[in-house]
Design a protein around this ligand. Structure first.
Ligand SMILES: Nc1ncnc2c1ncn2[C@@H]1O[C@H](COP(=O)(O)OP(=O)(O)OP(=O)(O)O)[C@@H](O)[C@H]1O
Ligand SMILES: [Mg+2]
Length: 446
C-alpha cells in the first residue's frame, strides 16, 4: 500500500490508523490518529514507532515482525507518549499490507483504539447485554408464571374431575342404598300389615275367651258344690284330665296368650314405626322410640342363642325433646350403626367365648342439638382403615356379607339430610363409639 492508497483508506475509516514498515518507521498517519495523540502529522511521519511509545524497542519490533507475517489482524497494546507527557494506552490491531521484498521491508497497517473509550464501549456493550439479559429473564419469568398458571388450572380441572367422580360414586351408592332400604322398608311394612290383622283378631278374642273360660269353670265348680258325688264316668274323666290343674293352668295359659299377642302387636308397631314409609316428610319425632324400634328389629341378632349368651344392651337415655327428622331414614342410620356393632361383637365372641358382648346407647341434650352415642366393646377399628370408613363400598367383611354402604349412607342421612355430625372414636382392641349429633330444629327441609 502506498501513501496515496492509505490516504484514501484513511478517509473512509474514521478510526486512528498508522502505516509503517517492519523496522518501525512511520510512513503515514491519518487525522484521527493525530487527533487522539495530540501530534501534528508532520511531527510523527518518518519517526520510529518505538521512539513515540513507552514500550521497550525490542518488544515493539517483535510485535511488528509478527504483524509483518500475518494477513490476520494481530492484537497488541501500545502506550503512546503524548506531547504533554501524558501516556495514552491504545489497543492495536496490525496486519501486513505489503510483504517484505529484498529491496524493501514489509509494510504494516495498524488500527488503534483508545483503551479508555474501548473500555467505555465495552461497558456500554456490557450494559446493553445486561439490559437484554434482564429483558430475557423478565420474559422467561412471564412465560414461567403463565406455565405455572396453566399447570394450576390443569390441576384444578383434575381435582374438579376427581370431585365429580366422588360425587357420582356417592350418588350411585345413595341410589343403591335407598333402593335397598326402600325394598326392605316396603317388605317390612307389608309383613307388618299382614300380621296386624290376624293378631288383632286373636288379641280381640282373648278377652272374651278368658271371660268364657272363667264362666265355664265357675259352672263346673257350682256343679261340684251341688252334686258332690258324680257318677263314676264323670269321676274318671275328672281324674283323667286333672281338673284342678286344668282350671288353674287354663287361666294362666290364656294370660300368657294375651301377653304373647301383646308382644306381637308391639313388634308389628315397631316394624311399622321402623319402615315409616308414610313418613317421608320432616316430622317431630321421639328419637328413643326410633332407637327402640330398631333394637326390636335387631332383637333376633341380640338375643341369647344356643352357645351364645346374647348381647347386653345398656340404655342410658336422657330426657330429650322431640326432634325434627325424617324418621324412617334416621332409623336406617341407627340400624346400620347397630348392625356394625353387632358384627364386631360377634367376631370378637367367635375368637373368645368368655367375652361378654355389650352395646351401650346413651343420649344427651346439649344446647340446640341432641347426641346419640352407640358404643360397643368389640375389637375396635384399626387406625389404618379409619380414614376410609365413610367411603362408599369400603368393607372389611367377607364377599357377600357386607356391601360397604352402611356407614356412607348413614353419613349422608345424618350430615347431608339432617345437617348433623357423624363421628367415631375407636382404638384397636378397645371397642368403638359412634357419635351422632342432630339439631333439634331443622332450618329448612332438604
Ligand atoms: N363398630 C364397629 N367396629 C369395628 N369395625 C367397624 C364398626 N363399624 C364399622 N366398622 C368397619 O367399617 C367398615 C364399613 O362399614 P359399613 O357399614 O359402611 O359397611 P359394611 O358393614 O362392611 O357393609 P354393609 O353395612 O353395607 O352391609 C366395616 O366393614 C368395618 O370394617
Ligand atoms: Mg355395615
Amino acid at each position: 500500500m502506498n501513501s496515496e492508497n492509505f490516504t484514501k483508506l484513511a478517509r473512509t475509516f474514521p478510526e486512528p490508523l498508522i502505516l509503517l514498515n517492519s523496522k518501525g518507521e512511520v510512513l503515514k498517519i491519518n487525522p484521527a490518529l493525530t487527533k487522539i495523540l495530540g501530534y501534528k502529522s508532520k511531527q510523527l511521519e518518518n519517526k520510529l514507532l518505538y521512539d513515540i511509545v513507552n514500550e521497550p524497542s525490542n518488544e515493539v519490533i517483535h510485535y511488528l515482525q509478527a504483524c509483518s507475517k500475518s494477513r490476520q489482524m494481530i492484537i497488541g497494546c501500545l502506550n503512546f507518549c503524548q506531547p504533554d507527557r501524558r501516556i495514552l494506552a491504545c489497543r492495536c490491531e496490525g496486519a501486513v499490507v505489503e510483504p517484505s521484498s529484498p529491496s524493501s521491508p514489509a509494510i504494516i497497517l495498524i488500527r488503534l483504539e483508545n483503551r479508555t473509550s474501548a473500555n467505555k464501549n465495552f461497558a456500554t456493550l456490557n450494559e446493553q447485554i445486561d439490559n437484554e439479559l434482564i429483558k430475557e429473564a423478565y420474559k422467561r419469568k412471564q412465560i414461567e408464571s403463565a406455565l405455572r398458571k396453566s399447570e394450576l388450572k390443569l390441576r384444578q380441572k383434575a381435582k374438579d374431575l376427581e370431585d365429580t367422580l366422588g360425587e357420582l360414586r356417592r350418588t350411585q351408592s345413595k341410589l343403591i342404598q335407598s333402593e335397598k332400604m326402600s325394598a326392605l322398608g316396603q317388605m317390612v311394612a307389608g309383613v307388618a300389615h299382614e300380621i296386624n290383622n290376624p293378631v288383632s283378631f286373636i288379641y280381640g278374642n282373648i278377652i272374651p275367651a278368658n271371660q268364657y273360660a272363667q264362666d265355664l269353670i265357675r259352672i263346673i265348680e257350682l256343679y261340684q258344690k251341688n252334686y258332690p258325688n258324680p257318677v263314676e264316668e264323670i269321676e274318671a274323666e275328672i281324674e283323667a284330665v286333672e281338673l284342678d290343674f286344668l282350671k288353674k293352668d287354663f287361666i294362666q295359659l290364656l294370660r300368657s296368650m294375651k301377653n304373647g299377642t301383646e308382644r306381637i302387636k308391639e313388634i308389628v308397631l315397631s316394624l311399622r314405626n321402623f319402615s315409616r314409609l308414610d313418613e317421608a316428610e320432616l316430622k317431630q319425632v321421639d328419637i328413643h322410640e326410633g332407637i327402640d324400634s330398631t333394637l326390636l328389629i335387631l332383637h333376633n341378632r341380640l338375643k341369647a342363642k344356643l352357645n351364645h349368651p346374647g348381647i347386653e344392651v345398656i340404655k342410658r337415655y336422657s330426657s330429650l325433646p322431640k326432634v325434627d327428622c325424617y324418621a324412617g331414614q334416621l332409623n336406617q342410620a341407627f340400624m346400620n350403626i347397630l348392625a356394625n356393632a353387632i358384627d364386631s361383637l360377634d367376631d370378637e365372641f367367635n375368637k373368645n367365648h368368655n367375652f361378654n358382648p355389650q352395646i351401650t346407647i346413651s343420649t344427651e341434650l346439649s344446647a340446640s342439638n341432641i347426641a346419640i352415642r352407640i358404643a360397643d366393646n368389640g375389637s375396635g377399628i384399626p387406625f389404618s382403615i379409619q380414614s376410609k370408613l365413610f367411603d362408599p363400598f369400603f368393607t372389611t367383611k367377607q364377599v357377600g356379607k357386607g356391601t360397604g354402604l352402611g356407614l356412607s349412607s348413614s353419613y349422608q342421612i345424618i350430615v347431608d339430610k339432617h345437617h348433623g355430625k357423624l363421628s367415631f372414636d375407636s382404638s384397636f382392641g378397645k371397642g368403638t363409639e359412634f357419635i351422632i349429633k342432630i339439631p333439634i330444629k331443622q332450618c329448612s327441609s332438604t
